[in-house]
Write a protein that binds this ligand. Structure first.
Ligand SMILES: [Fe+2]
Length: 156
């Protein structure tokens, strides 16, 4: 058992795991959205957008694993069911039949949502004295805010 798991009450462990699972659900939908747009984007900016969307889904795929394994490190259950992720996610799926600008806007909004959820994870972890989860959530939240800025800069 890790040191964090030893100091956490069952309620705290469950609350942190639930918050992390929520962030993973939104991250998974956002990952798929970025890959969807990587495939379907068109227009004069095809090259750079195709690449940027790939950079985003590759980053997010690794982050899903990092967040889920943090849940395991504190003794919680990592949800791995797609149907549950999609139904719980505040980020909604897109069919990808939209313009490049609409793609950028949707993905930027998704990044902002994930960042906000991770900020909430950090606050919950802090309340329980779980500084290591707090740090991970803050670090990841910053990455998602950066992607939101990168995306929004195309359409501002
Ligand atoms: Fe590809």
């Amino acid at each position: 058992m890790g040191q964090t798991e030893r100091i956490l009450s069952v309620d705290s462990k469950n609350a942190i795991s639930e918050a992390l699972n929520q962030s993973i659900s939104e991250l998974v939908v956002t990952t798929m959205m970025a890959q969807n747009f990587h495939w379907n984007v068109t227009g004069m900016a095809f090259g750079p957008l195709h690449e940027l969307f790939q950079k985003i889904y590759e980053d997010h795929f690794e982050a899903q694993d990092e967040l889920a394994e943090r849940i395991k490190a504190i003794g919680g259950h990592a949800n791995g069911m797609l149907s549950k992720m999609v139904s719980e996610s505040k980020v909604l799926e897109s069919d990808g039949k939209i313009s490049d600008k609409e793609m950028i806007k949707l993905l930027a909004d998704a990044e902002t949502t994930v960042a906000s959820t991770l900020s909430g994870v950090a606050a919950i972890a802090e309340k329980s004295g779980d500084l290591l989860t707090q740090d991970l959530a803050i670090t990841r939240g910053q990455v998602h805010e950066k992607f939101a800025w990168l995306l929004n800069s195309h359409i501002r």
